[in-house]
Write a protein of this length. Structure first.
Length: 278
């Protein structure tokens, strides 16, 4: 629909109520004017920041039960001690996460993803994030190697699920299931859903020639108390090794200063994209 936008004698632009309703704008909303350099302007509502994370920002959505998550061209490691800004990384993680969320939804694994709105933004269901990082391991890598006698790459006899407190100031300590219960959460639904995710993703990546070594997920509850997979699921939160070689396609390239993550993440997206249309 095309609207005629009147301007009063003082140069104030008056937006028709029908347009405000269509845009879900209300009096008092802050807007940003962008000069398109062609005689026209774009007007955007300034979004309310809910959470400013290390590599993502969560904004309030137009719908009270939705949020907008923006993925940034930024990568961190060591609780933020290592930082870089790889061009294009945000859109790659957003696209990869969206494909995986959609595939998991078809497997009846509830997650917060709704749709992409731009190259590096997605609309998601609003949930209250549980302060737990849940890690599923198929092979030994990362902290389990540093803290046990296991060698990197050792194939575990069965997948294991671990809990970590989501708190950088405490260095994300490992939690027992009893400690999770003392925090007020039943660990079993998280374990059950995480193992279902692992079963599906491990098979999916195997078909793509990739070994899913481990991954980290986060969960949240909606207003009705239903549990949803949330946050993201991308090479930022997984270890992905090429089957039959030492080639890796994940954030360890940055952690260990072994290469550029952008081509590696793009390779994962290229392998996933044919699945997006299935």
């Amino acid at each position: 629909m095309i609207y005629n936008i009147p301007v009063d004698d003082e140069g104030v632009i008056i937006l028709p109520q029908e347009l405000l309703t269509e845009l879900n704008w209300e009096p008092g909303d802050e807007v940003e004017w962008i000069d398109n350099q062609d005689g026209s302007f774009t007007v955007k509502k300034i979004m309310e920041v809910i959470t400013l994370g290390k590599v993502k920002t969560v904004y309030a959505g137009d719908d009270a039960q939705q949020v907008i998550i923006e993925y940034h061209d930024k990568v961190t490691a060591g609780n933020g001690e290592m930082v870089d800004h790889p061009l294009g990384k945000g859109s790659l993680c957003c696209s990869i996460s969206s494909i995986i969320f959609e595939k998991l939804a078809k497997e009846h694994i509830p997650n917060h993803y709704i749709d992409m709105v731009g190259a590096n933004k997605m609309v998601c269901k609003k949930v209250d994030i549980v302060p737990l990082e849940v890690i599923c391991r198929n092979r030994a890598a990362g902290s389990i190697v540093r803290e046990t006698t296991l060698q990197e790459g050792y194939s575990l006899p069965h997948p294991i699920v671990e809990f970590f407190l989501k708190d950088d100031s405490k260095h994300d300590p490992l939690l027992t299931k009893d400690r999770v219960r003392l925090m007020g959460y039943d660990p079993e639904p998280f374990i059950e859903m995480t193992l279902r995710i692992n079963d599906y993703l491990r098979q999916m990546f195997y078909i793509l020639g990739i070994d899913l070594v481990d991954f980290k997920v986060e969960y949240g509850y909606d207003a009705h108390g239903d549990l949803y997979l949330a946050d993201e699921i991308s090479p930022d939160s997984m270890r992905l090794w090429k089957i039959g070689s030492d080639e890796r396609f994940d954030k360890d390239l940055f952690r260990k200063d072994e290469g550029d993550i952008v081509p590696a993440y793009r390779e994962i997206l290229d392998r996933l994209q044919p699945l997006a249309i299935q």
